[in-house]
Design a protein around this ligand. Structure first.
Ligand code: ZN
Length: 259
């Protein structure tokens, strides 16, 4: 059953990854994500269905537009493959939980947010707000279905705590911590709180650690001035996904160290 759910989630991830590519391109440019249909960014020809199959089309066309021959960024198949793999992993991890839909929504959103933040240094409200609302609704549904209220209480409290923590950091260092990160922290607290307090602290801390280590590496290795902005969203997303997928193992390993 777990394998079946993981496989379904993986295929769904490949297809959704194709849509995430549209979101990643259009949301920062304030374009509609529904209309018009996908088109070649170079010659504007609309993509036919056969040229819009995740991964396969890009490979068959060897990364070029069928009409004008313009090369198509390798980012497109990479986002699709990455979404497929992460969805399969989340499907396996939550195969016995009603919280699976909620965590798939989170995963897709974090991929889009990370890609946009890396390129444009913004975390769009057009993604964070809907995911926040969907997260509360889907986790409430999971609590109802499983008749367990403790995770949901922890979720809401975790969201408020994470928001308060990041908001304080933003007040102290507004240049280091943008308000997009503060809004995002509410969503991360919501989902990590569902898993447990250890996951919440661990996920956020791992995000900070990754950001600090890679930020320092970029400065030391040159090419990146101290004053240049380093997007924080992808690191918070990576820390969060680490605990979404392996939080149980990490938290119990951590407890084992003390005994
Ligand atoms: Zn073209």
């Amino acid at each position: 059953m777990t394998v079946f759910i993981a496989a379904c989630a993986g295929v769904y991830g490949l297809v959704l990854g194709s849509f995430l590519n549209v979101v990643i391109w259009r949301v920062p440019r304030r374009e509609s994500i529904v209309k018009p249909r996908s088109h070649c960014p170079s010659c504007e020809t609309q993509l036919s269905v056969r040229d819009n199959v995740p991964l396969v089309s890009w490979l068959l066309l060897r990364g070029r537009c069928r009409h004008c021959g313009a090369s198509i960024s390798v980012r497109y198949p990479l986002v699709e493959a990455f979404t497929g793999v992460l969805f399969a992993a989340v499907g396996a991890r939550f195969s016995h939980s009603w919280a699976l839909p909620a965590f798939l929504v989170l995963t897709g959103a974090l991929i889009a947010i990370s890609a946009i933040d890396l390129e444009h240094f913004i975390i769009p409200n057009r993604i964070v707000y809907p995911v926040g609302f969907a997260g509360v609704a889907l986790l409430t549904f999971a609590a109802l279905a499983e008749r367990k209220w403790a995770p949901l209480e922890r979720s809401l409290l975790g969201a408020v705590c994470a928001f308060a923590f990041f908001f304080t950091l933003h007040l102290v260092a507004p240049r280091g911590m943008g308000f997009g990160d503060v809004r995002l922290s509410f969503v991360l607290g919501l989902f990590l709180g569902w898993l447990g307090w250890g996951d919440l602290v661990g996920g956020i801390f791992t995000g900070f650690l990754l950001g600090a280590v890679i930020g320092i590496l970029l400065i030391v290795l040159g090419g990146h001035g101290r004053k240049q902005h380093i997007p924080f969203g992808p690191f918070l997303a990576a820390g969060t996904m680490t605990f979404v997928l392996a939080g149980d193992q990490i938290v119990s390993w951590w407890h084992g160290l003390g005994h």
